[in-house]
Design a protein around this ligand. Structure first.
Ligand code: HSE
Length: 311
């Protein structure tokens, strides 16, 4: 019998407003379902059972490219087949490409009895992320693998720090428009003013300290981005109004999820997260924009083995 494993690979939110490319969190839902099989030759086969039309050629597929990076560091008689049932819509801003890449390498590593460290897995999965966005960022991949909230202190060498947090509820709205991560990166300024950098690193440090101390006020004050959001928010319909109504409904704060177009808001209770979803309805309903809203929490676990058939 061919050894195989089936995993859930969670959606993630990168940046967490002020931490461009360095902060991210894992969501309790949605998650992709993936089955990985161990093969006895150096090959990577990718199949999709979803309808997203993603390429199945391994080098052009996020899961495939991540596995190709892994097999290069394995003996020549080891390869993998991965069957992806994607539930995280590509291009939604909640880490669809990272879920494919991370789920594939975590599952493959389980079949190898944990030969590689989590940091190695982040390194392999970044090759998958590069296929999707042209950039080796790890702020979706790290929380997808480690779970919870993660700080990417360094990409090269990989240095990931787990950040504790108090209970937080996450409301995510996905307006049904496409924003390509590569485009959303291309429009960013390559140089920034020192005064903006000072504001930004004050907020990153404040957010990390607020999360670790369980200080909701500090978390809320730190959810501000003076560098990326002013540029990218023009891609998201009604962004300023959305943010202001969500905060008026009680959200601690929030902003663009990853490169967008999804927007996320953090709240201290399920009831507030629900009011935030209603505030979103009040903006997007009249605008006639099709959208999908999730109310969820932070998942303490990253990629996990399917054991109950529920997700
Ligand atoms: N940090 C990345 C970006 C995340 O904002 O471009 C993309 O998912």
């Amino acid at each position: 019998m061919i050894p195989e494993i089936t995993v859930y690979s969670p959606a993630t939110i990168a940046n967490l407003v002020c931490g461009f490319d360095v902060l991210g969190l894992a969501l309790a839902e949605p998650a992709d379902k993936m089955t990985i099989r161990l093969l006895s030759e150096r090959t990577v086969i990718v199949r999709h059972t979803d309808d997203f039309g993603l390429p199945e050629e391994a080098a052009r597929n996020c899961a495939g490219a991540a596995l190709l990076a892994m097999v290069e560091e394995l003996p020549a008689n080891i390869g993998f087949e991965v069957v992806c049932e994607k539930r995280i819509k590509p291009g939604s801003g909640i880490g669809s490409s990272a879920a494919s890449a991370a789920g594939a390498v975590v599952g493959a590593n389980m079949l190898l009895d944990g030969k590689f460290s989590n940091n190695d897995l982040v390194r392999f999965a970044m090759s998958g992320e590069e296929v999707a966005s042209g950039s080796r960022h790890a702020d979706n991949i790290a929380p997808c693998i480690f779970g919870g909230i993660t700080l990417i202190r360094s990409n090269h060498p990989v240095d990931i720090v787990a950040i504790d947090s108090p209970p937080l509820y996450v409301t995510v709205v996905h307006p049904q428009i496409e924003v390509k991560t590569s485009d959303a990166r291309a429009i960013l300024k390559k140089q920034i003013f020192l005064k903006d950098a000072v504001t930004q690193w004050g907020n990153v440090a404040g957010l990390v300290a607020g999360l670790m101390k369980g200080d909701y006020g500090l978390i809320g004050r730190s959810l501000e981005d003076v560098i990326v959001e002013p540029v990218r928010s023009i891609l998201i319909p009604g962004f300023a109004e959305l943010k202001s109504r969500c905060k008026a409904a009680g959200a601690l704060g929030g902003g663009i999820a990853g490169a967008g177009p999804s927007v996320f808001m953090l709240s201290t209770s399920a009831a507030i997260a629900q009011s935030v979803a209603e505030a979103i309805d009040s903006v997007y309903g009249p605008m006639g924009i099709p959208y999908h809203t999730y109310i969820t929490t932070i998942s303490p676990q990253g990629v996990r083995v399917v054991d109950d058939g529920l997700c």
